[in-house]
Structures are given as structure tokens and as C-alpha cells.
Design a protein around this ligand. Structure first.
Ligand code: FAD
Ligand code: EPU
Length: 346
């Protein structure tokens, strides 16, 4: 492991907020994590992958541990490729490598920032695919016992931007590896509106889907290397059909996706956009001009700017549509996770 003291976290999270941690440690194995949890038993600890779903609200008064466990193993059977991928591998590099190797199945999830070990936490998803659809198992280090336990996908209780790792196992388990299963019989997923053009191709390949997804994402989403952000700031809200119908009657048709017979997921980006908030700024934080669901750091945003902007977005959308947006981005206070609601009550 590698230990640094009183370190700026700016390079370690994609929002680019200028905060620091008392200690920063790179962990290269499950036993490094166990050791760190023993050595720093009495101080707050936070695992960070690439910090692409995090908002640090203040300096972190404890140890930030970077997951750097590496390694990819592939087992081929008659019907599948089975991948065992260490948690510290970069997600997009994995997707790109599988597509190059002719192992199709992850192409819709191209260009999602972050690490493989973070992917199951909010069950990353894009363009009609969620990682749980390719996930066989998740290997977790249980912090109470020090044991590495294999959890089948069913036990992870995956949902839309949700899993057991955000709930019962929060701060109790560290994801050290993920097992992915890619069927050799490839079924392309091109139902998501923006991928529709691909259906015109006579011989569609996974590489075509990969390239199209990368093209769309580069067009709409700000590159965190240039403009600080954490992707969609809010989740798309799930509402009853009758709420969606009322919104449609008053404001026109909001893009939506059916969840079941009674519920639909509304496009939060549309609700924010139609509220006239694109480009709206608080200090150095703004609603992105091309994708209203993304809040950006224009250069010198403070966490307080982002928090005030997020609250303004939530209030404006609620007043107009009666729909309460919840943030997808994980808020970190000085020693534990917090939330927009908790911060704005003070
Ligand atoms: P971090 O942000 O470092 O960590 C996220 C949370 O997981 C933290 O609470 C952290 O403590 C915890 N954690 C991290 N690693 C572990 C571990 N090994 N064990 C236990 N807990 C851990 N997400 C999507 O789903 N779809 C998208 O299309 C998408 N697009 C994005 C586009 C951009 C430009 C950006 C910046 C983000 C986007 N995201 C998207 C969000 C983000 O990429 C994902 O949530 C990603 O999985 C986060 O990975 P990370 O390694 O950066 O995690
Ligand atoms: N829209 C607008 N204005 C906007 C933004 C969006 O009208 O400013 C409309 C679009 O025209 C489209 C609809 O809203 O009709 C949906 O937009 P988009 O396809 O861009 O997807 P999204 O719902 O905004 C979700 C995920 C993204 C994921 C994309 C693609 C959530 C919270 N976000 O965004 O994930 O990449 O779909 O599948 O579910 C992330 O989680 O960080 C993330 C980027």
C-alpha cells in the first residue's frame, strides 16, 4: 500500500472541488484493505474508485482509500465468456478491451467513468443495459469478519441505480472483484432512442454499438477531464402513471420509460430543461447547457455552490411539477455520507 498525508482530493474525484483528506492510501489487495481498517480503526474511512459519483462537501477528516486491486481472468465455455475482474480495473478500459477481443455484451456501457468495483454499487446503466444483466457475482470483503464472500447477482438486490451495497452493506463490505458473464450468442440492445440509427445497418457488430454509444456520450456529456461533473446529478424519478398523465396534460409529453403497469420513470433532464434551468449558475456551479441532468463545475465552484444549485433545481422542479428529485451523486461530509436534504435543513 502507499500512504500520503494531508493530500488534496482534487485529482481523485471528477467534480474537481478543492478539498483534502487527512490521509490518502492506495490499496492493492484485499489484505491491504483489512490492514488499513485495523490500523485506522478509530478514524472515518472512505473507499474511492475514481470519485466519479461523489460530491465532497468539505475536507474529509479521515482516510480516503483508493481501490487499486488489478487483474482480469477470462474463462471460455461453449456458450459464454466468464470474466473475473478485480475491483480496481477501469470500467471503460474493460468494456473497450472486451469489444476488441470479440467478447460482446458490455458495449452499451462504454465510456462510463469509474472502476469495475464501483459498478455494482449503483448498478451502472446506460443505453438500455444495466450491469446486473451481465453480472454473475460480486466478491466482497466483509469488514466485520475479514472474509471475502462471493455474492450471487440475486443477493445483490440490484435495482435502478440501486443495490444492497447502498443500503444494508453500506460501509460494511468492500467490493474486491466482479464476475461478468457474456453469452457468445450476442443479442444487440438498440432499443434506446438514440441508438435507433444502428438498426439500419445490415451487419451490426458490438463495435458499431460501442462507437455509437461513445459518439452520443461525447456529444452530450461533459468530459470530466475538462469540466468537473459527476454525470447525472439526479435520478430519473419514478412516478405513477396518473402523475405522468397530469404532467403531460399541463406541460406536454415528458420522455418516459415504463417500469410496470402502474409506474413510469420520467426524464429528469427534461423536467429541469423545461423549467428553464439550462445554464443556470450559482457561483462556479451550473446546470450543463447540453444535458440539464448534469451539474458542472465551471472552474472554481465550491461544494456550497453545488449544494445551493442542486437545492434550487429540486425546489424549482417540485414547484412546477410536484415531483421531488433525488440526487444520484453520493454526498460526503467530513466524516460520513450526508445528503442534500440533511445539508439544507441546517
Ligand atoms: P466513486 O465515485 O469513487 O464511488 C462511488 C461510491 O461507491 C462511494 O460511496 C464509494 O465510497 C463507494 N465505493 C467505491 N468503490 C467501492 C468498493 N470497491 N467497495 C465498496 N464501496 C465502494 N453512471 C451510470 O450508471 N451510468 C452512466 O451513464 C454514467 N455516466 C457518467 C458520466 C460521467 C461524465 C460521470 C462523471 C459519471 C457517470 N456515471 C454514470 C456515474 C459514475 O460513473 C458511476 O457511478 C461509477 O460506477 C462510479 O465509479 P467510481 O469508481 O468513480 O466510484
Ligand atoms: N432531455 C431533455 N433535456 C435535457 C436532457 C435530456 O429534454 O437537458 C431529454 C432527452 O431529449 C431525452 C430524455 O430527456 O428524450 C432522456 O435523456 P438522455 O437520453 O440523455 O438520458 P437521461 O435520462 O438524461 C440516463 C442516465 C444516464 C445514462 C443515459 C443513457 C440516469 C439518472 N441517467 O440519462 O446515466 O447515460 O440515461 O442511458 O438514469 C449517470 O447515471 O450518471 C448517467 C449519465
Amino acid at each position: 500500500m502507499k500512504i500520503l498525508s494531508n493530500t488534496s482530493l482534487k485529482p481523485y474525484h471528477t467534480f474537481g472541488i478543492d478539498v483534502s483528506a487527512n490521509t490518502l492510501i492506495e490499496a492493492y489487495s484485499a489484505s491491504d484493505f483489512t490492514q488499513i481498517w485495523q490500523d485506522y480503526a478509530s478514524v472515518p474511512k472512505l473507499i474511492v474508485g475514481e470519485g466519479s459519483n461523489l460530491l465532497f462537501c468539505e475536507d474529509f477528516a479521515g482516510v480516503v482509500v483508493l481501490n487499486r486491486i488489478k487483474g482480469i481472468e477470462v474463462e471460455e465455455t461453449a456458450s459464454h465468456w466468464h470474466l473475473h475482474v478485480a475491483g480496481g480495473e477501469n470500467w471503460h478500459e474493460l468494456v473497450s478491451w472486451t469489444v476488441e477481443q470479440g467478447m460482446a455484451g458490455l458495449e452499451n456501457l462504454a465510456l462510463i467513468p469509474g472502476l469495475v468495483g464501483s459498478a455494482p454499487i449503483q448498478n451502472i446503466g446506460a443505453y438500455g443495459v444495466e450491469v446486473n444483466e451481465r453480472c454473475d457475482y460480486v466478491d466482497v470483503l466483509m469488514l466485520e469478519t475479514g472474509e471475502v464472500v462471493r455474492m450471487g447477482a440475486g443477493a445483490c438486490e440490484f435495482g435502478y441505480r440501486d443495490s444492497i451495497f447502498k443500503r444494508e452493506l453500506k460501509e460494511k463490505a468492500i467490493i474486491v472483484a466482479v464476475g461478468l458473464s457474456l453469452p457468445k450468442v450476442w443479442v444487440p440492445v438498440t432499443g434506446y432512442g438514440a441508438l435507433a440509427d444502428l438498426n439500419a445497418l445490415s451487419e451490426l457488430t458490438a463495435k458499431d454499438v460501442f462507437e455509437k454509444v461513445c459518439e452520443i456520450r461525447r456529444e452530450k456529456l461533459p468530459d470530466p477531464a475538462l469540466v468537473g461533473n459527476a454525470g447525472s446529478f439526479f435520478k430519473n424519478p419514478v412516478v405513477t402513471k396518473s402523475v405522468a398523465e397530469k404532467i403531460e396534460a399541463s406541460f406536454g409529453e415528458c420522455p418516459s420509460y415504463a417500469i410496470n403497469d402502474d409506474e413510469v420513470k420520467l426524464a429528469a433532464g427534461w423536467l429541469i430543461d423545461q423549467s428553464g434551468l439550462k445554464g443556470y449558475c450559482v457561483g462556479g456551479a451550473a446546470v450543463h447547457e447540453k444535458q440539464a441532468l448534469v451539474l458542472v463545475n465551471l472552474g472554481d465552484a465550491t461544494a456550497a455552490d453545488v449544494v445551493m444549485l442542486a437545492q434550487h433545481v429540486v425546489d424549482t422542479v417540485y414547484r412546477r411539477y410536484g415531483v421531488k428529485l433525488e440526487h444520484e451523486v453520493r454526498f460526503m461530509a467530513k466524516d460520513a455520507e450526508t445528503s442534500l436534504e440533511a445539508l439544507c435543513q441546517h
